[in-house]
Design a protein around this ligand. Structure first.
Ligand code: ATP
Ligand code: MG
Length: 364
């Protein structure tokens, strides 16, 4: 992957433009973390990049950058830029292309995200990013408060990087967050959730949650249940969102909404009970059990013991019932099925054809 990126850099350099790998990839490379997208910055304009890579460019989605697919890998090639003005503390409304790498780097969020690599694999470190990686420190490029005021998403990015990389926030970053945190109200729930998802899925998520709580962001992000996640053992993202219980504000798809509702119902029940295990299934009961710090092994062992997992497992078919009762199909079949299903799960009836037949003969 790196090799392919360096080949792209060489190609751009051959046309006498500057080009570097920049940002997350270089940061992760130094940290020995594998990353799967590579950002390249250049003084060539998007039009010039398109000319160089003709067939391998994707149709443009973004005004200032070109996506090149090479050997199946995606490269985002962005022209050096300066952001001139921001609206609503997010998204620059005006950008200006420049031919200067330094100017492009100082508009970026954190020093650890400003490292570049040239075509020979040499690291270019104009803003002491390497030192901050060594010190495990999240520091903004320039004054933190103005960076956060310009773009509030950076507050959540700071916490995300601190969480995932296990880094500390600099004093200046902490002060900048405290000063500007109210601005997070202007950010869409969609953007907030994207960052929170990344924090919650990190193995280090409890540290991230502690940071959010220490900085009082639970209140501003309108997730007042956040502290409950610390006391629970749920590592599943959907389990965490179930605990947070904010489906009225944050966006979820239909599947997720259904799952969250079921988990929240199952949390109130005994997750080792046969009927609950049968009704909600193993996954929902496990997540509910995790939320309550119960032993998932016990829940699984109980589930395995269920005599049937679904109606399909009942050892009798409708035809047998109809023949036996000498009746045509009708609503009565459903009533009988529900009844025997109940009896089997409650252990009052064995799931054996003969016993089921006897029971039906006697009762119906
Ligand atoms: P990852 O891809 O692992 O989430 P990343 O650092 O690559 O992390 P991206 O969102 O891919 O993050 O952005 C690429 C680079 O663009 C960053 O490294 C940073 O230099 C710059 N950048 C991204 N978002 C912002 C922002 N909100 N403000 C300033 N610079 C940003
Ligand atoms: Mg990236």
């Amino acid at each position: 992957m790196l090799e392919e990126a360096l080949r792209l850099l060489k190609k751009i350099n051959d046309y006498s433009y500057k080009a570097y790998i920049v940002g997350g990839f270089v940061r992760d490379y130094i940290l020995g973390i594998e990353s799967n997208d590579i950002d390249i910055n250049t003084d060539a304009t998007p039009k010039q990049i398109r000319e160089i890579f003709e067939d391998s460019c994707l149709p443009s989605e973004d005004y200032g950058s070109v996506t090149v697919i090479s050997k199946g890998i995606r490269f985002e090639i962005t022209t050096f830029r300066k952001e001139l003005s921001y609206v609503n503390n997010r998204k620059p409304v005006e950008i200006e292309y420049i031919n200067n790498l330094y100017e492009d780097l100082i508009r970026r969020d954190f020093t650890i995200n400003t490292l570049c690599m040239d075509q020979d694999g040499k690291i270019i470190d104009m803003l002491e990013g390497k030192k901050d990686i060594e010190d495990k420190m999240i520091r903004t490029v320039g004054d933190a408060s103005s960076k956060f005021e310009e773009d509030t998403l950076r507050i959540l990015r700071a916490i995300r990087f601190a969480t995932i990389l296990n880094f500390k926030l600099s004093e200046d970053v902490i002060k900048g967050i405290e000063k500007n945190k109210e601005l997070l109200h202007n950010l869409s729930y969609y953007r907030k959730k994207e960052e929170l998802d990344k924090i919650f899925t990190s193995p280090n998520y409890k540290n991230g949650i502690k940071l959010l709580l220490e900085l009082g962001l639970d209140e501003i992000l309108e997730i007042p249940n956040l502290h409950k996640v610390l006391d629970s053992n749920t590592t599943s993202l959907i389990g965490i969102w179930s605990l947070l219980n904010v489906t009225d504000k944050y966006p979820f798809n239909k599947n997720e909404l259904e799952l969250i509702e079921k988990i929240n119902q199952a949390v109130k029940l005994d997750n080792k009970d046969f009927m609950n295990l049968y009704k909600y299934g193993l996954y929902v009961n496990s997540v509910a059990g995790e939320i309550k710090n119960e032993d998932i092994k016990v829940i699984t062992a109980q589930y395995v013991k269920l005599p049937i997992k679904s109606k399909k497992d009942i050892d009798i078919d409708s035809k047998t019932i109809m023949d036996m009762l000498n009746k045509k199909p009708g609503k009565y079949l459903k009533i009988i099925y529900n009844d025997i299903e109940d009896k089997i799960i409650n252990g009052q009836l064995d799931n054996k054809k003969e016993e089921i037949c006897n029971y039906i003969k006697e009762k119906y």
